[in-house]
Design a protein around this ligand. Sequence first.
Ligand code: ADP
Ligand code: MG
Length: 242
Amino acid sequence: MNNVVLKMQNITKIYSTDEMETHALRGVDLTIHEGEFISICGPSGCGKSTLLSIMGLLDLPTSGQYQIDGNEVSSLSLSQAALVRNQKIGFIFQSFNLIDELTVYDNVALPLRYSKTGHTAQDIVQQVSHVLSLVDMGHRAKHRPNQLSGGQQQRVAIARALIGSPSLLLVDEPTGNLDSRNGDAVMEILRELNQQGTTVCMVTHDPRYADMATRKLHLLDGKIISAERPELDSHVLYAGQI
Ligand code: ADP
Ligand code: MG
């Protein structure tokens, strides 16, 4: 078995506001090995995005243990978490999250310019050209996001996620804003990246895309329910198709 990239034990997340507490995650145990392609399905509001945010150190769990590459990360300070996130994790969101005022090139270069490791101008040019060519967007480097189609914007967002060669790619409904042709193209890129060794963990509503994963997880009410348990199968199917 390959190295463990990520290990979560009994992770909970409670969002508290003045009026109410929302138990978004209720004890998630999850181990992801290098090279896996995980898909996560489940109905709206079951905690999928919360789980990805905690995995990617964008948010802290309320309780539980969490290791990335063998290092405990559940109790890191914000700046330490940002460092680990920068070095090891790439994010792709449904809404692309590109900055309209910047060119494609500058959007993709941004993580390197902000990283503490210090990159030379030449290094940045090389890395940006490389990831843009991986998603076949090198010819659009000088365009702005609003001059591109949704599918092209998502490819740029994938390039930005790949800059710095993250060991784990976290992907939240990547095809949600795309038609099926562009959705298929984005999934093909993710599949190729995985075949070249990148570990991928992807939330999707689309059963076809979930089936492309090497392991399928189903989340319900903040808990992972195993697809292998036959007594849950009808429930699982229902959750996955919403
Ligand atoms: P999913 O991605 O599966 O649709 P989320 O992880 O976004 O689900 O949300 C899980 C639950 O937590 C939902 O009930 C949602 O309303 C709640 N929630 C998510 N983010 C917040 C937040 N920042 N503050 C309060 N409640 C939140
Ligand atoms: Mg979500």
